[in-house]
Design a binder for this molecule. Structure first.
Ligand code: SF4
Ligand SMILES: [Zn+2]
Ligand SMILES: [Zn+2]
Length: 300
């Protein structure tokens, strides 16, 4: 197979684009896809300071690298989750990237800075680990961005992630989530803008990007993910994509284009009912937000 752009031998085939690319043209293609997502959804504006949530995995490191190449004013944020060896190795990958590229990495550690790790916190608070983890990440990423004077938090969610979350939400008709499943959530209510610039790239592509750029990333799956529904949704969508390339893209972008606005009124109404958490000020439905309740229970 030849590169679609320069006719040199291709190193990667992307079936949904019906194209192969050589190394340099693939890297350029990846940057262009991120640029297009940023422009189409007005994710990052001139002068914005961006904090990218770096887990040490392929997606977030590829995102950090591409944003730097696109001359975005971006720093990394690594949050240690206290998940044993997995977290140790993830932190090493994030730090190695920062050191090699002279990039700034802000570090936070859940056990040291907040007082619990994900496995223990989730058990004590009787929450699924990924739910306790997601809640903590949302809260602490935003807090770090506010404290550091950043305008935007960028996360490495890719097309596979977003299609799988959408699939799960549609299977259950979780309309309250469908109204908020957007590649950009605007700032407001004490939250900075949240963006997902990798929505036009699949996870095979972010992995290839890191390999071709020589970026070392955490290749292990988080041990807490086992049995997680999300992985089942991904596998189902992969089987469909295999049969008809482009399905994930059509599913996700078709939703954004045609269906997402139908769910906006419900999401807006929900936002309007929120009040400030009595402890931390985060908007919440109850008196104390879910993160503060988690912290209280997890610390014992
Ligand atoms: S798999 Fe679950 S516990 Fe592990 S990092 Fe992801 S959300 Fe957190
Ligand atoms: Zn080429
Ligand atoms: Zn709170």
């Amino acid at each position: 197979m030849k590169c679609r752009r320069c006719r040199a031998p291709a190193v990667i085939e992307i079936r949904r684009h019906n194209a192969g690319f050589c190394r340099d043209c693939f890297l350029r293609h990846s940057r262009e896809q991120v640029r297009k997502a940023i422009d189409d959804f007005d994710m990052i504006r001139p002068g914005d300071r961006v904090l990218v949530a770096v887990s040490g995995g392929k997606d977030s490191l590829a995102l950090w690298d591409i944003l730097r190449d696109l001359d975005v004013d971006v720093d990394g944020l690594y949050l240690g989750l206290g998940i044993g060896e997995y977290s140790d190795d993830s932190g090493r990958c994030a730090r190695a990237y920062a050191d090699e590229h002279g990039a700034k990495l802000v570090e936070l550690d859940l056990p040291a800075d907040v007082g619990f790790d994900i496995p223990t916190g989730a058990r004590v608070a009787r929450r699924a680990p990924c739910s306790a983890c997601g809640l903590s990440k949302r809260h602490l990423f935003n807090q770090a961005a506010v404290d550091g004077g950043y305008d935007v938090v960028a996360t490495g969610h890719n097309l596979d992630d977003e299609a799988a979350v959408l699939f799960g939400n549609v299977l259950r008709w979780s309309t309250e989530y469908l109204g908020r499943q957007l590649p950009v959530l605007p700032a407001g209510n004490g939250f900075v803008r949240k963006v997902k610039p990798l929505v036009r790239l699949g996870e095979r592509e972010t992995a290839a990007y890191c390999v071709l750029k020589g970026i070392d990333y955490q290749v292990e799956e988080c041990p807490m993910a086992a049995g997680n529904r999300h992985l089942g949704y991904k596998a189902a969508l992969n089987a469909i994509e295999d049969q008809s390339p482009g399905s994930k893209h059509a599913f996700y972008f078709g939703f954004l284009d045609k269906a997402s606005p139908l769910f906006t009124p419900e999401a807006v109404a929900e936002q309007e009912q929120l009040q400030a958490c009595a402890r931390c000020g985060t908007p919440t439905t109850g008196e104390v937000c879910a993160f503060c309740r988690l912290v209280e229970r997890a610390r014992g």
